[in-house]
Design a protein around this ligand. Structure first.
Ligand code: URA
Length: 427
């Protein structure tokens, strides 16, 4: 069935529901180039302003899935479980999590992206390991899932191509923030990927996409409904992103910290979230296991080494280190009450850990190392942060980003920390 794009835009502009046929047509016609960019940008703005109901969102998601290929893991001898994070600062959890879950015989197909803006990308982090390769064919991915049990690789261009085109349009038309569109965008890729179970880590706070808990909860609920309706066992955790995760933000710095966690150490919050998400993935896949024990006794490290080596990486190679460092010192004695995730993310980005355009290179060694966290007592002159970069002319702009980001208050002042896991949402 064919429609007039203007009629579809006017229907949503005037607050009406779009029909299944209208949605199927507009998504397909836009992907083929038969609906113009300016028409789709008007429609996405109408959707941002007037919303979509559950039936419309599910149909929009299905239409985006239908625009490309669907992977099929049903040939695997293991159940599959995946995790998706909406993105944050220092969020390296995928690195220890994928091999950890694989220890229990659950296959983890982690199709990931690169960083854009202040949040880091999993592929950029892993590419700091000498030899490691992000691009795998579907056959290579399947073989690795069967043999090693975990794969972290680049999502192929065949998955939900409608989303790729639409996301680029939303990015330049002020329409990214629509909850139905974010939910459909994320879930179309995850459903097309073919995982049996999915755990969503929906970040809330200054370093996240969603700054307030109510909107994050609505996004989580919408995605859980979409996954469940598509037959994927889906659960979401709402987790705090007002402070960076762990003590590092930057590619090689985060790999080093992830290896510490796999060796049974590492920062408490990274361990806590890795174990919480692993427990959810195992439960969603219907498999029993104690992830904390597998981190502590080295089984997860063995799986990590196999996973890295299978993609050409050398798990024993030294990681790149930035050529220059500078420290940010505490100016007064007191307690750290605030350590702002967004500011640290921007600083790491400006130091060279992230990119402004998707074709830009990243510096493997660049980033920010944290020496104190909210609640810690510090003395004047003590290092709070170390900035790492290969290009020292970047230090002043990174320092600018960090102005006011670390608050040291007289000891006894209230500390702004909330629990790491704020809420859990399931169907
Ligand atoms: N990530 C996505 O994949 N899509 C969005 O719309 C937002 C974040």
């Amino acid at each position: 069935m064919s429609f007039d794009a203007v009629d579809v835009i006017v229907a949503k502009r005037d607050g009406h529901r779009l029909t299944d046929a209208q949605i199927d047509w507009v998504v397909d016609a836009y992907t083929r180039g038969a609906v113009a960019e300016e028409q789709m940008s008007a429609l996405t703005m109408a959707i941002l302003l007037n919303g979509m109901d559950r039936v419309e969102i599910a149909r929009w998601t299905a239409a985006m899935i239908a625009s490309g290929e669907r992977l099929d893991f049903s040939r695997l001898s293991r159940p599959t479980a995946d995790k998706h994070s909406t993105g944050g600062v220092g969020d390296k959890i995928t690195l220890p999590l994928a091999p950890l879950v694989a220890v229990f015989g659950v296959a983890v197909p982690q199709l990931s992206g690169r960083g854009l803006g202040h949040t880091g990308g999993t592929l950029d982090k892993l590419e700091s390991i000498p030899g490691w390769r992000a691009a795998l064919s579907n056959d290579e991915m399947m073989t690795q899932l069967e043999g090693v049990g975990a794969v972290i690789c680049q999502a192929g261009s065949g998955l939900a191509p409608a989303d790729r085109k639409l996301y680029a349009l939303r990015d330049v038309t002020g329409t990214v923030e629509s909850i139905p569109m974010i939910a459909a965008s994320i879930m179309s890729k995850k459903i097309a990927e073919g995982t049996g179970a999915l755990v969503l880590d929906v970040k809330v706070g200054s370093g996240a996409f969603m700054k307030d808990v109510d909107r994050a909860r609505e996004l989580a609920r919408t995605m859980v409904e979409l996954g469940t309706d598509a037959g994927v066992k889906t659960v979401a955790l709402l987790t705090d992103m007002s402070t960076p995760l762990g003590l590092t933000a930057g590619n090689a710095l985060e790999v080093r910290e992830s290896v510490e966690v796999l060796a049974g150490g590492g920062p408490d919050d990274v361990v806590e979230l890795t174990v919480a998400l692993a427990s959810e993935m195992l439960a969603a896949a219907g498999v029993a296991g104690d992830p904390a024990a597998a981190l502590a006794d080295g089984r997860a490290m063995d799986a990590w080494r196999r996973m890295i080596a299978a993609q050409g990486g050398d798990p024993d190679a030294s990681l790149p280190v930035a050529r220059e460092t500078e420290q940010v010192l505490a100016e007064v004695d007191g307690t750290v009450t605030v350590l702002d995730a967004y500011a640290v993310g921007i600083a790491a980005w400006r130091l060279g850990a992230g990119r402004a355009r998707k074709e830009d290179p990243v510096q493997a060694g660049a980033g920010v190392e944290l020496h104190a966290r909210p609640g810690d007592i510090v003395r004047a002159g003590q290092p709070l942060l170390t900035l790492h970069t290969d290009t020292p002319e970047r230090f002043p702009r990174a320092r600018e980003a960090l102005a006011g980001a670390v608050v040291v208050a007289p000891t006894g002042a209230p500390v702004g920390v909330r629990p790491l896991v704020i809420d859990r949402i399931e169907a």
